[in-house]
Design a binder for this molecule. Structure first.
Ligand code: B12
Ligand code: SF4
Length: 513
């Protein structure tokens, strides 16, 4: 009996950009008595059903974007006589789908770190349960990943999660509802151990795969102080101090290492935090800008973001402190008008963003927007070959509608074309070359151009609602660009790298009372 773990994908660039972390965490959760699991990441290579023997256990992780392919993989595995278990955010939200459409024996909801061993053992004993609830485990129970099982040289970035959950409540995001609003933060020791192991293997670039790397803001602390809530103050200061501790330890790792994370714009008001990020070599961060107007931000419950002139200044602060910003914007919000596209393109330039992505509003399950949209559709929901559009991920790409949420003043095609225009504008050769001057040598500039082009190919035109012809074209380009880019990310393995010494706990942080 062998355990297989499959990350489904119908798009493959041949080279993986970021490691799908769940594969290697579940590998760590697989009891040793079953041997090392066989890992298939379909972003690298196609799943081969013939490799499955009757009685094997096959774990499949799905998010909404790869659910359809995942269900197909499950059916293929079951035909071979395997036990089929699903997990991941999509299976957590719709556990009946793997059962009805993906030939599942079991579905694991929530975190798989602990419950996976039981699910496998039950299958081996021939008594699988339909549902296992992994819940939200505490941070000290998160398992470090089995990076020794990752194929050498296959990925550009490894991914290490340092904190799970986010205290905010943006309407388009499912994280705060599935992972919770309480930050579950790993200790610096466990994170650093994993990163050292990755550097030993030759990974120099690490994505800190966090929902929000800045879970405690200065405003949160001020508020707790104002309320004289001593317990809350201690909790928040503890979380913040641990962040600084982690960053001080990252700073002691080999100087060729580069980190990237996701963070809210509020960090732009916290120079001490930004400086610590720079020292830690967290050279870039995805910042969810989403909208450039106060109305747009209100529409997505993100009014803690700045807008107007203040917005560009806030974003520039990151770069002034040595942290490059990948700005993320959403188009198709109810408040968007034709002018919004040009205003966004102008803001992206004025804010001196290093990278940007412009995504079309998509109602992801588990979000407030999805619930509202599904309710609005009611019984008169449009269907494609019998499938309601509120289950759009089950509609093949060739017939899937391109945009789901009707807009009061623009057609879906208009929103798509204008969004495309903003991508083209931001990633035009001259604009990229100008931005490339943020690095010094000619070689680094050329690398910057290559990476910008790869990023654009991978994300523009590959959204969940894009038609297959566009996807194929973007895919061809990305595959062509991925190989040379990947070489830029490789480091020489450092098998003897030692753990950096831990630092005394950071001194108390300077805050106005
Ligand atoms: C890092 C990240 C990325 C990275 C890297 C992706 C990668 N290769 O891993 C990048 C930036 C590339 C990315 C891109 C996108 N992402 Co993303 N991403 C994340 C993030 C922040 C962390 C993922 C992670 O590594 N987690 C750590 C692992 C250990 O946790 P996990 O995956 O949840 O796995 C645990 C459990 O779910 C469970 N489990 C998972 N699989 C399985 C399988 C089995 C068999 C079992 C038993 C259990 C199990 O056990 C695991 C351990 O506890 C998540 C948010 C989150 N909190 O997960 C969003 C998230 C997954 N992304 C999301 C989205 C929407 C996207 C994009 C579509 C964004 C966009 N518009 O372009 C793209 C899609 C890219 C693609 N085609 O895959 C959504 C998915 C929503 C949904 N309903 O599917 C999430 C949840 C964030 C959100 N805002 O809602 N993403
Ligand atoms: S979009 Fe970002 S800030 Fe908003 S809830 Fe999700 S993770 Fe948190």
């Amino acid at each position: 009996m062998r355990v297989h773990l499959v990350n489904p994908s119908d798009i493959s660039f041949g080279i993986g950009v970021i490691t799908p972390r769940w594969l290697y965490v579940l590998a760590a959760a697989t009891p040793a008595r079953y041997g090392d699991p066989i890992i298939t990441d379909e972003t690298l290579e196609r799943f081969v059903p013939e490799n499955i023997q009757a009685g094997d256990v096959v774990g499949i992780g799905i998010h909404t974007g790869n659910a359809m392919r995942g269900l197909e993989v499950g059916r293929l595995a079951r035909e071979r006589g395997a036990w089929v278990i699903y997990g991941g955010i999509h299976a957590t939200l719709f556990p009946e789908e793997p059962k009805n459409l993906g030939a599942a024996h079991s579905v694991v909801k929530g975190d798989g770190d602990i419950v996976w061993a039981k699910a496998v053992a039950d299958c081996v004993a021939g008594t699988p349960q339909e549902i296992y609830d992994g819940g939200r485990i505490a941070a000290d129970r998160f398992l470090p990943a089995r990076w020794d099982l990752s194929p050498p040289g296959a990925y550009m970035w490894a991914s290490v999660q340092t904190v799970r959950g986010c205290p905010k409540h943006c309407s388009f995001c499912s994280v705060w509802r599935t992972d919770g609003q309480e930050p579950r933060q790993r200790t610096a020791d466990t994170v650093i151990e994993e990163i050292v192991q990755l550097r030993r293997l030759g990974f120099r670039f690490i994505a800190l795969a966090d929902d929000n790397f800045y879970p405690v803001t200065l405003t949160d602390l001020k508020q707790a102080r104002k309320q004289n809530n001593t317990e809350k103050i201690a909790e928040l200061e503890g979380i913040r101090a641990e962040r600084f501790d982690l960053m001080q330890r990252l700073a002691k790792l080999p100087s060729d290492m580069v980190f990237f994370t996701q963070i809210t714009m509020e960090a732009g008001e916290d120079p001490e935090f930004l400086d610590a990020m720079r020292e830690a070599r967290i050279k870039g961060a995805l910042v969810g800008v989403e909208a450039v107007t106060p109305e747009g931000l209100k529409a997505v419950f993100k009014d803690f973001n700045a807008s107007g002139d203040e917005l560009a200044a806030r974003l520039r602060t990151f770069k002034e402190h040595g942290v490059h910003v990948l700005g993320s914007f959403i188009f198709g919000l109810p408040t968007d008008r034709k002018e919004t596209f040009d205003a966004t393109a102008a803001l992206a330039k004025a804010a001196d963003l290093t990278f940007a992505q412009f995504v079309m509003m998509t109602p992801f399950p588990g979000t407030v927007d999805f619930d509202k949209w599904e309710k609005q559709q009611g019984d008169s929901v449009e269907r494609v070959d019998g499938v309601p559009v509120t289950r759009y991920w089950l509609i093949p790409g060739s017939t899937r509608p391109k945009h789901f949420m009707e807009h009061a003043t623009m057609s879906s095609e208009e929103i798509r074309a204008r969004t495309q225009g903003v991508w083209d504008n931001f990633y035009s050769f001259s604009a990229v070359w100008k931005r490339a001057h943020c690095v010094k040598s000619l070689k680094s500039r050329l690398a910057f151009v290559l990476i910008s082009k790869l990023y654009r190919q991978m994300y523009a035109n590959t959204g969940i609602s894009t038609d297959s012809a566009r996807r194929k074209k973007a895919n061809r380009w990305a595959r062509w660009l991925a190989k040379p880019c990947q070489r830029l990310f490789q480091g020489k393995p450092m098998p003897d790298l030692a753990m950096p010494a831990s630092t005394p706990r950071s001194p108390f942080l300077v805050l106005e009372q």
